[in-house]
Design a protein around this ligand. Structure first.
Ligand SMILES: N[C@H](CCC[C@H](N)C(=O)O)C(=O)O
Length: 280
């Protein structure tokens, strides 16, 4: 079997392996995501991203977490795909449409070079209907809903950006033991398709601190859809204005929930770390 060429990229420290689906066919992406994400026996990453042809858009994204599960959408990966396709000559456009399982996303390349680019993605409208998130709670929006875990009651605000998020506004997030706490939210029966969980400190009306336990990947240094969900939840709770800077462990993301069209815009970096060839 031919060696596998790949590109390693990261957005705010959320790192994925990118494969050009125009030249390489991946038979079993679920298994490959598990193997290649392993940070000792594989390449090491938060998951695997395939860049594919699309009948309706410029490109299509298929994204797999490090546990092999396929997600509907990935914000940090969508920025990196914008950089990848431009840098590799798959397009000369700086306004790019991307087909995802969460609908069409619109990528705009701002400035930068072959190493790092600043990119904005129109992430579309947030989904607040619990049936669609999904979360087994009645009434919308789901804001500060009391969820008891191991005798402690947490207040969750639930938003989907095509993938499910439970947002918790709290204090002292740097001290949380996420490897213990995260899975108790991720796998809680209230979430029929599991959930990503964001732990948020409100710094001021334009600034949030965030840690995230991702569905299918564990703690990552950043989550683009999670940052969007956290911004929407903080605006709905009137903790912040409609433009927020979110400080994540791996870097900052700028989120705006636009009042005129109800779309959420995410701006941040996309960085190419290295290119490689997997010996198979
Ligand atoms: N773990 C997520 C997918 C990756 C999302 C994240 N890395 C982002 O940048 O949006 C899920 O299963 O919904």
């Amino acid at each position: 079997m031919r060696n596998l060429k790949f590109t390693k990229m990261q957005g705010a420290g959320n790192d994925y392996i990118y494969v050009n689906g125009f030249t390489t066919t991946i038979e079993n992406p679920t298994q490959l995501a598990i193997e290649l994400s392993n940070r000792n026996f594989g390449i090491g990453s938060d998951g695997l991203v395939l860049i594919l042809p699309s009948d309706t858009c410029d490109f299509r994204m298929q994204m797999f977490n490090s546990d092999g599960s396929e997600a509907e959408m990935c914000g940090n990966a969508s920025r990196c795909i914008g950089k990848y396709v431009y840098d590799n000559g798959l397009t000369d456009k700086k306004e790019i449409t991307l087909e995802t399982k969460a609908g069409v996303k619109y990528i705009t390349l701002l400035d930068g070079d072959a190493k790092a680019r600043r990119i904005t993605v129109d992430m579309g409208e947030p989904i607040l209907d619990p049936v669609l998130i999904p979360v087994n709670v009645s009434g919308q929006p789901v804001l500060n809903y009391p969820l008891e875990i191991d005798g402690k009651t947490w207040k969750i605000s639930c938003v989907s950006m095509g993938n499910p998020h439970a947002v918790i506004f709290t204090e002292g997030i740097k001290d949380f033991d996420l490897p213990v706490l995260g899975p108790k939210f991720e796998n809680n029966p209230i979430f029929p398709r599991r959930t990503n969980t964001e732990f948020i400190e409100v710094v001021d009306r334009n600034t949030l601190n965030m840690r995230v336990w991702e569905r299918g990947a564990g703690e990552t240094l950043a989550c683009g859809t999670g940052a969007c969900a956290a911004a929407v939840a903080s605006i709905l709770n009137n903790y912040t204005d409609r433009k927020v800077v979110i400080h994540l462990l791996g870097g900052d993301l700028e989120i705006e929930w636009c009042e005129s069209n109800n779309h959420v815009y995410m701006t941040g970096e996309a960085v190419t770390v290295f290119e490689g060839e997997l010996i198979r």
